[in-house]
Design a protein around this ligand. Structure first.
Ligand code: AMP
Ligand code: MG
Length: 337
């Protein structure tokens, strides 16, 4: 009798474990035996990695571990992260990775003359886009927070980073996923992977094409519809596709939509005619930065900026749901609109 109860308990334990594991990751090898796909929840989003070929599935778990490691460097909200400590300590010696991403963030803050600004942390911490009961930040507090936003308040000497203003806080949310995707790609390449898709909550980076002959087809989400509905699709090989869209994180109060890309000069979400900007580039950190930068600068300025850049492309969706393309996108990525 005792033995049976033990067996039963073991069985129940196994069932719970399987349910737990399948809720945080799944392997999909049924549709196509040559595709290994796993998903997990990290970086506050669902991440999926698909390897096209006969690869070791545990490589994907190692990618998830990498995500967790980088989250512990770049998270603004996790009190164990390195960035959290920097925001608290005001001056400290940081890791090479944090230094590298800070410098990238500073570059784009300067490029956009502060429309994109990684010192927006105090402002973004006042907005909660995941609350069940959305609320607007206190206006006076928001106005005060805005006065502490300026990338010029960051000083770097060697690996020592100092925040010159006593209340400036850094938020790397606009660039971290792209940076991490690039690092995951490096890891997979160094392990011999030639065909893969790294999808960090819609921040997509491809390794090669689906096969030697076929590119990947990536759908661009139809704004405010479910994630499977596409407004258009592009064919890409070995490139990154990153979108900044107002439908990604938002709430509505009194029929007004408040989204997560914030104007550093007001503390409120940018109000222009853009719904989304997608950047296609080689490096995902560049795509991640430029999609947010382009949203901040608006359609006309961004089109001119992207058209001046080598091997970087943009697709804009305006609030009339029209698509606008930078030079050469439609031909290069086989877009039929
Ligand atoms: P993304 O989804 O890549 O466009 O980045 C949006 C995230 O970047 C937000 O959730 C904030 O963490 C941060 N952010 C919001 N507004 C700005 C801004 N004007 N400059 C830099 N980062 C921002
Ligand atoms: Mg971004």
């Amino acid at each position: 009798m005792y033995f049976d109860i033990k067996k039963l308990l073991n069985l129940i334990l196994c069932i719970i474990l399987v349910i737990l594991l399948s809720s945080c990751s799944y392997i999909n090898t049924q549709k196509n035996p040559n595709v290994i796909s796993k998903s997990s929840f990290a970086l506050s989003t669902v991440i999926t990695i698909k390897l096209y070929g006969d690869y070791d599935a545990s490589l994907i778990d190692q990618c998830f571990d990498l995500c967790s490691e980088y989250e512990l460097i770049f998270s603004r909200t996790n009190s164990n992260s390195e960035l959290y400590k920097l925001n608290l300590m005001r001056s400290m010696k940081v890791s090479d990775e944090l230094l590298e991403l800070l410098k990238i963030g500073l570059y784009y803050s300067e490029l956009s003359e502060g429309a994109f600004d990684i010192t927006i942390g105090k402002v973004t911490s006042m907005w909660d886009f995941s609350s069940e009961t959305p609320y607007l930040p206190d206006e006076a507090l928001l106005n005060d927070a805005v006065s502490h936003v300026s990338y010029k308040n960051i000083s770097i000497e060697g690996n020592t980073v100092t925040l010159l203003d006593s209340e400036t806080a850094i938020d790397l949310g606009a660039v971290a996923k792209g940076y991490i995707a690039d690092k995951i790609k490096d890891f997979l390449l160094s392990n011999g992977v030639e065909h893969a898709v790294i999808d960090l909550g819609g921040n997509i980076l491809c390794i090669g094409g689906k096969t030697q002959e076929n590119a990947f087809t990536i759908g661009l989400q139809y704004p405010f519809k479910d994630t499977q509905a596409s407004i258009t699709a592009i064919s890409i090989d070995d490139m990154s596709v990153v979108t900044s869209g107002i439908y990604e994180r938002y709430f509505e109060i009194d029929n007004k939509l408040y989204h997560h890309i914030i104007d550093p000069s007001t503390g409120y979400p940018f109000q222009n005619n853009l719904v989304a900007v997608t950047i296609i580039s080689e490096k995902s950190v560049m795509g991640d930065a430029l999609s947010t930068v382009s949203f901040a600068l608006g359609l006309d300025k961004s089109l001119a900026m992207i058209n001046d850049m080598e091997n970087v492309f943009a697709i804009f969706i305006t609030d009339d749901l029209r698509l606008h393309f930078s030079d050469g996108v439609q031909e290069k990525f086989n877009i039929s609109q």
